[in-house]
Design a protein around this ligand. Sequence first.
Ligand code: ADP
Ligand code: MG
Length: 190
Amino acid sequence: MTFIETYTYYRQILIFHRYFVNLMEDIYKVGEKTMKDYQITVHNQEETFSMAQTFSKFLREGDAIALEGDLGAGKTTFTKGLAKGLGINKNISSPTFTIIKEYKGIFPLYHMDVYRLKDSMEDLGFDEYFHGDGITVIEWAHIIQDQLPEQFLTIEIKFVDLTTRQFLFKPVGIRYEQLCEEFFHEYFSN
Ligand code: ADP
Ligand code: MG
């Protein structure tokens, strides 16, 4: 190899290396943006309730909220606070046996608990609810994963200790990214 050939060879390697590093940095930045953390830690049941109540103010018709978390995590408690925020004064109970319950508020609230569908492929016409003029809250939503709308907000509830819970908001789609931005901005500015 002549000197000039060797030079060109290493120069190309260097250029490729730079290109590769830039590419990785871009991917990493994109990753950072979409992986944005929306977390809230609450210390008791009342705090879950009032957080959900505040959250409900940012909802609008057609919104779908997927609640995840083990039994006793606080999915129904969260839904109760949300319902209160929507001006619903009726007692909200876990609709385990009915699967879907409807309430009249500022917007209609469709409260689903799909746990009982765990081992069945039943479709109870969920689509109609998602395309309706109400707000849908689904406990154990991953069980009907294939029937969820294109965009929705997952809220994962994790046990920290007996009364402390961590809420993880995971938006799917631009509507819910905006919703999280707005809600978190408001929630942490007080
Ligand atoms: P899920 O619907 O996820 O099964 P529930 O909301 O029905 O859960 O029940 C939650 C239980 O945990 C209630 O008994 C409630 O008193 C208790 N709890 C303790 N701390 C909290 C908290 N920070 N948020 C919500 N519930 C809590
Ligand atoms: Mg429940």
